[in-house]
Write a protein that binds this ligand. Structure first.
Ligand SMILES: [Zn+2]
Length: 351
């Protein structure tokens, strides 16, 4: 017994524990080491139990030293347990439960919404031609959505736009706020705040109070374009739209202009491309006509130019607007516009 119980032995035990405890990497390992020394059959516990075997005059001093050692070790184990263990330690601890040879599970990565994708493609087609991207408010003033665009109050052309009005009256007892029905208000806003030359592209969400069906949504995206400068002609509009059509629908595309009416342009046209599916022969997508309408366009109406303070004798410009979902539907062969905003992952994951 004397070999077991001496002062040096106590010091040795302390040294061993301090060295072993520094290597521990998990709470389980701490617990095991604690049991080894302080458990019922642990080294220190055994020594305490065998204290009666040493000479009576030495018992007190050994007893005290062993108790001090026991308390000290308890404290060391507690401190170590309170230390955080990093992910690597955690991994080591759990590795017995894991089979790291199994193939990893792929995280879910989202993708761009088809509308965002097409908006980006459209912007990419126009920016090399010097168009700058600007955005405007979705809640708009009547002034910008209609009046400055040559659509005065009570003008029949307002019927073209099924408008959501905002339930707020001004002191003239008017409802001047609305959910913008097109991105064209930015034409007036941009012109008001700048001096030509202007070349801007306005992507954004618009709203119409109308029943939904396969080709109508109550909200959708438009991209508006505007160029104003001295000497801008219809040929500039034609060239710009042609470049766009070829960038989006293929380098072989032809375009066609037909007269159309939009209050803020004169003359106004609808722009079609030759059907890229049947190459003009006639199919379901082009309704057997060989042509697909892609946008409305025209030369900025002189009244619009003068309403923002430009002299229509000096400046001229062209504007165009297109529905983004319509372009996406043509590009990807989507048959129902409602699919875009029904949040169905089966649809969205395809892009
Ligand atoms: Zn066709």
């Amino acid at each position: 017994m004397s070999e077991v119980l001496n002062i040096e032995k106590i010091g040795q035990i302390r040294g061993n524990v301090i060295s072993e405890i520094s290597k521990l990497r998990s709470k389980d390992e701490i617990s095991n080491l604690r049991i080894k020394y302080l458990g019922r059959k642990g080294i220190v516990s055994k020594l305490l139990r065998s204290i009666h075997e040493i000479p009576i005059d030495q018992r007190k001093i050994f007893g005290q030293k062993l108790n001090i050692l026991k308390e000290e070790l308890e404290l060391l184990f507690e401190e170590k347990s309170n230390e955080g263990f990093n992910e690597f330690d955690q991994f080591n601890k759990e590795k017995s439960l894991q089979d790291i040879s199994l193939p990893g599970r792929k995280g879910i990565i989202g993708n761009l919404h088809p509308t965002s994708k097409v908006v980006r493609e459209i912007c990419k087609a126009f920016t090399p031609m010097g168009f700058q991207i600007v955005e405007g408010p979705e809640i708009e003033l009547d002034k910008y959505n209609f009046e400055l665009l040559n659509i005065p109050k009570d003008h029949p052309s307002r019927d073209m736009f099924d408008t959501f009005w905002v339930d707020w009256k001004n002191d003239k007892d008017e409802y001047p706020l609305l959910m913008r029905t097109h991105t064209s208000p930015m034409q007036a806003r941009v012109m008001e705040g700048s001096i030509p030359p202007i070349r801007v592209l306005v992507p954004g969400k618009v709203f119409r109070y109308e029943a939904t069906d396969a080709s109508h949504e109550w909200h959708f995206f438009q991209v508006e374009g505007l160029a104003v400068d001295k000497g801008i002609t219809f040929a500039d509009l034609k060239g710009t739209v042609y470049e766009f059509a070829r960038a989006i629908f293929g380098s072989e595309r032809k375009i066609r202009f037909r007269c159309d009416y939009f209050p803020f342009v004169e003359p106004g046209v609808d722009v079609s491309i030759d059907c890229f599916i049947c190459e003009g022969g006639g199919c379901r997508v082009c309704s057997k006509t060989g042509w697909i309408e892609i946008m409305g366009a025209g030369m900025v109406h002189p009244k619009v130019l003068s309403s923002v303070g430009y002299d229509p004798e000096i400046y001229s410009g062209f504007a165009f607007g297109m529905g983004v979902e319509r372009i996406a539907m043509l590009k990807y062969g989507i048959e129902d516009i409602r699919l875009f905003y029904s949040n169905d992952l089966r649809f969205l994951k395809q892009f």
